[in-house]
Design a protein around this ligand. Structure first.
Ligand SMILES: [Zn+2]
Length: 213
């Protein structure tokens, strides 16, 4: 029988670990193998010396480590904040889109709220307003569409603001209908912010620099 398994068992016994063989088998081998018996004595002496040696002094770094730790993990917190803001923007856009579609739908279906406009003009503006609401909802559902929606939405709002102001001052539009355009402006601002944040997050940064409003 080779000695190696018994020496491994001896090492295990010195370390208070499972022997991997019956203790009786190990003791039987030690009683008949002087080489292993000598090895066992040497190993026991080495082990005893190692255990009795004073432990090297280890400086207590607890305070230093705790001080060096950042108050909060900045990357994680920033990412969580960004996700929260993205979600808030999309929810706001969802609300604006639903409200915009809610305003447009009765006009489109019944021609109601048309004031003095011909019925078809009312239908047409209803369709436009519904399309604007759909754009808001689409960007809320898929924020990557924001930059693509901006040329249309931005142009519409940039043109609508001065003509609405002019119509208000000359009495060509009821204030409440003009106020409804604030919904459009709010939605366009939200879409622009979503597009801007998406362009910042992209490594190239090529898309999204064309905020029109
Ligand atoms: Zn042996």
């Amino acid at each position: 029988m080779p000695c190696q398994p018994f020496r491994e068992a001896l090492s295990a016994r010195l370390d208070d670990e499972p022997l991997g063989m019956p203790a009786r088998a190990l003791d039987d081998h030690l009683s008949v193998c002087p080489a292993c018996a000598g090895w066992a004595d040497d190993a026991a002496a080495v082990t005893r010396r190692a255990r009795l040696a004073p432990a090297p002094a280890v400086p207590d770094l607890t305070a230093a480590v705790l001080t060096a730790l950042p108050r909060e993990l900045p990357g994680v917190a920033a990412a969580a904040r960004a996700r929260l803001l993205d979600t808030a923007l999309r929810l706001a856009l969802l609300a604006v889109g639903v409200a915009q579609a809610g305003l447009a739908w009765p006009v489109l279906v019944h021609g109601a709220g048309a004031m003095s406009a011909p019925v078809h003009m009312a239908h047409e503006s209803g369709a436009w307003n519904l399309a604007v609401g759909a754009s808001f909802l689409a960007v809320a559902a898929a924020p990557r569409l924001a930059a693509g929606a901006l040329p249309f939405l931005g142009t519409l709002s940039v043109l609508l603001v001065p003509v609405t102001v002019a119509d208000l001052s000359s009495g060509h539009v009821h204030p409440e209908r003009a106020a409804a355009h604030l919904l459009l402006l709010a939605g366009v601002v939200l879409v622009a912010v979503v597009a801007w944040r998406a362009s910042r997050g992209r490594s190239g940064g090529v898309v999204g620099r064309r905020v029109t409003a």
